[in-house]
Design a protein around this ligand. Structure first.
Ligand code: NDP
Length: 328
């Protein structure tokens, strides 16, 4: 029987998500990798326990997480049922629809038909009455944005989700989505973009400033560049790592960045942090990002990442040095 740690709210900071009433933990946990049939259930359970015991109240999923697609939601549903039932109201659970999920013309992108059916499927897989946040996972260039946003609005009004968000929409599309949702009366709570020291499109595109201006919260995915911004690859590509399995991180990406990563690792050590901790602190550094959304393959990685909260401050000199290394 799992019983949550009494200390779970002792150290994690909770940050307001935009101009909403909702606070998110500075570090959230995502189930994109290592929650499919390729990972023992006991490991998945242990990771969820470790996260929750450390104050990570937010668990992020999507319809297609696995492999196979859907299996991460099934696994998480089992963990909710066996371990987290008494804690449902302490948790923020999200899901998304946008990527390829089932055959035919209604199994991906942003139509009302797809989003509502997919949300129902996700709820069923997880054994939930509602998710806390439901996202449009990607902008659909062929579906009118009004239709996608009206589907999100309907998902909230029908009780399937408490809040809605968008993921990977650029600044312009975000403005449009925000305006439509505002008119419909369902605010855009949150945006989920990729963001880390080596991937700064949210800055160059103007998205980060746009979110601040519009009062939309933000949760940065891949803050560790899928593990590249940790000490994992300093001496080559270890067995069992994401790059060794060529899942979504190609070995050539690791090889190309490794000299910069080594310099960043030296900086992290000088700050008394691991590189993973510095990478997370960097994403959270100026308050522009509400939460850093990490993944993990074992519980000890989550413990390490949560250590980031012990030092979230940077000097201007450190920030300039990180900029210089990242641009190399
Ligand atoms: P990260 O950048 O946090 O990478 C996680 C990986 O880094 C782990 O699987 C592990 O690699 C390694 N790692 C984590 N902590 C440590 C540590 N302390 N020391 C050494 N290595 C470590 O993010 P993810 O790519 O996992 O994505 C996070 C979440 O973001 C997803 O689960 C999902 O919820 C969300 N996401 C959203 C997307 C969207 O389109 N909205 C797209 C992608 C992700 P290894 O497995 O090799 O051990």
């Amino acid at each position: 029987m799992y019983s949550a740690a009494d200390t779970r709210y002792d150290s994690m900071p909770y940050r307001r998500c935009g101009k909403s009433g909702l606070k998110l933990p500075a570090i959230s946990f995502g189930l994109w990798h290592n929650f499919g049939h390729d990972t023992p259930h006991a490991t998945k359970r242990e990771m969820c326990h470790t996260a929750f015991d450390l104050g990570i109240t937010h668990f992020d999923l999507a319809n297609n997480y696995g492999p196979p697609p859907g299996s991460a939601e099934v696994a998480f549903g089992e963990i909710l049922q066996s371990d987290f039932k008494p804690y449902r109201d302490e948790m923020i659970i999200s899901s998304k629809a946008g990527y390829d999920m089932w055959s035919g013309p209604y199994g991906e992108w942003g139509s009302r038909k797809y989003l509502i059916a997919s949300c129902d499927q996700s709820l069923k897989r997880m054994g939930l009455d509602y998710v806390d946040i439901f996202y449009s996972h990607r902008f659909d260039p062929e579906t009118p944005l009004e239709e996608t946003m009206m589907a999100l609005d309907h998902i909230v009004r029908s009780g399937r989700a408490l809040y809605v968000g968008i993921s990977s929409y650029n600044a312009q599309r975000t403005r449009e989505a925000h305006a439509i949702l505002k008119e419909l009366g369902t605010p855009c709570l949150i945006h989920q973009p990729s963001y880390n020291m080596l991937n700064r499109w949210v800055e160059t595109d103007g998205l980060k400033d746009t979110l601040k201006e519009l009062g939309i919260g933000s949760i940065a995915f891949v803050p560790l560049a899928q593990g590249l911004l940790t000490n994992k690859y300093l001496n080559g590509i270890p067995e069992g790592s994401r790059a060794s399995q060529d899942k979504s991180l190609h070995p050539s990406v690791v090889q190309k960045a490794i000299e910069s990563v080594k310099k960043l690792n030296d900086m992290a050590q000088a700050r008394g942090q691991t590189l993973a901790q510095m990478a997370i602190a960097w994403v959270l550094r100026d308050g522009g990002i509400t939460s850093a959304l990490i993944g993990a393959s074992k519980p000890s990685q989550i413990v390490d990442c949560v250590g980031a909260i012990n030092n979230l401050e940077f000097t201007p000199e450190e920030l300039a040095a990180i900029d210089a290394i990242s641009e190399e």
